[in-house]
Design a protein around this ligand. Structure first.
Ligand SMILES: Cc1cc2nc3c(=O)[nH]c(=O)nc-3n(C[C@H](O)[C@H](O)[C@H](O)COP(=O)(O)OP(=O)(O)OC[C@H]3O[C@@H](n4cnc5c(N)ncnc54)[C@H](O)[C@@H]3O)c2cc1C
Length: 346
């Protein structure tokens, strides 16, 4: 088989890069071995504001401008619904937080997203004596359904192989790469935390940031917004709510743990006051970088090998933008921004 590109990994990074290739009439084959599942378990939120301190998220406006049409096009291509527009309500715990909110609303870069008032409406299931701040133009991508549907599409087109990509089987010559019976001009590695096993890129400074989420059924909880307090509470419909997420910087497994469940429930019980049942519990590893910027670029010795990774806690927003930038870098020699280029690490 002869293709322009091999993509290793079908999470949000692999998905976004494959869409760039399709748009430019490049051929590709994807390898996927189900060893990581960050994109499948993700909460899927896109949100341009750091809700702890009311600061803008790095590059958010630029990323949202690319991400919104990207997911819309996927809805059209695959015929599914993935983008659920939903506001975030930040629960205030003091007068001081209310004041900080109004100060943030005055910043021109945030004004577009923050509504300058305190919401004092009552919602069944939550005590909110200090009210809420409303962030708008936010939402949730149903990444699990999106990836399931995209896989079906790739299967139909014979564009995916469900196998571990074996780094030892790579043969590089001046121009091409041979991998078993495939000849390609480039390999783009989109392995998420799997990068740690990739001999060509494993020295890049990725840190595991394991995260866990539970789903609860809570028929008396009446919120149609995402509530941000000590945890996120995301309405999924049918009285289901996702609760998340934890951070663990040492555990490198994708296994859900009792400890994380207890942490989430401990926090949840301080926020809601209605009964609920746990119906799901998932875990995954966020591919996080020590400077909190993505890992994008071409290997310094082997020009046929490139990487798209390090999406950290915000893969939904970042992936479409960095996929475009990597494509233009490889095909059109466009310079990468220094802050995302892997060459920033010596
Ligand atoms: C609990 C949790 C909550 C999150 N919530 C959000 C959120 O609300 N909003 C948001 O934007 N982001 C969120 N994230 C982060 C987001 O999930 C990541 O930024 C994003 O999924 C990373 O995508 P990726 O494609 O780089 O990696 P991954 O999703 O890990 O994909 C990598 C893929 O490569 C495959 N692979 C690896 N090695 C090989 C190999 N050798 N051969 C074949 N295949 C291979 C893996 O099986 C995997 O499918 C969350 C993450 C977690 C864990």
């Amino acid at each position: 088989m002869k293709v322009d590109y091999i993509i290793v990994g079908l999470g949000l990074a692999g998905l976004a890069f494959s869409r760039e290739l399709t748009k430019h009439n490049k051929t590709f084959i994807i390898f996927e071995d189900d060893s990581q599942n960050s994109s499948r378990v993700a909460g899927g939120m896109y949100n341009p504001i750091v809700l702890k301190r009311f600061n803008p998220v790095w590059d958010a406006k630029n990323q949202l401008e690319k991400a919104m049409p990207f997911y819309k096009e996927l809805e059209e291509l695959l015929g599914g619904k993935y983008d659920y527009k939903v506001d975030i309500f930040r629960l205030f715990t003091s007068i001081e937080e209310q004041n900080n909110w109004f100060a943030a609303c005055d910043k021109p870069v945030l004004a577009e997203y923050l509504i300058p008032k305190v919401v004092t409406d009552n919602y069944n299931g939550i005590d909110a004596p200090f009210g809420y701040g409303n962030v708008t133009k936010t939402g949730r991508i149903d990444t699990l359904t999106l990836l399931k549907d995209y896989k079906k599409y790739l299967e139909k087109e014979n564009l995916i192989i469900y196998n571990k990509f074996d780094y030892k089987a790579i043969n590089l010559d001046e121009e091409n790469i041979e991998y078993k019976d495939i000849t390609a001009t480039k390999v783009v590695f989109c392995e998420g935390f799997g990068m740690k096993k990739n001999p060509y890129f494993k020295t890049l400074p990725m840190e595991e940031a394991k995260g866990e989420l539970i789903t609860i059924h809570a028929p008396e909880l009446e919120i149609d917004f995402v509530l941000k307090s000590s945890v996120f509470i995301m309405p999924l419909g049918d009285d289901l709510f996702k609760i998340g997420a934890t951070f663990n910087w040492t555990d490198k497994t994708n296994t859900p743990t009792e400890k994380a469940k207890e942490e989430l429930l401990g926090k949840l019980n301080t926020v809601i006051n209605v009964p609920y049942k746990i119906v799901d519990h998932v875990a995954g590893i966020r591919p996080t970088v020590n400077d909190r910027r993505p890992l994008v670029g071409i290997h310094k010795e082997h020009k046929q090998l490139a990487i798209l990774n390090g999406l950290g806690t915000r893969g939904v927003m970042i992936a479409p933008t960095v996929a475009k930038e990597l494509y233009n870098h490889i095909e059109n020699n466009a310079e990468l921004r220094n802050e995302i280029d892997i060459s920033r690490f010596k």
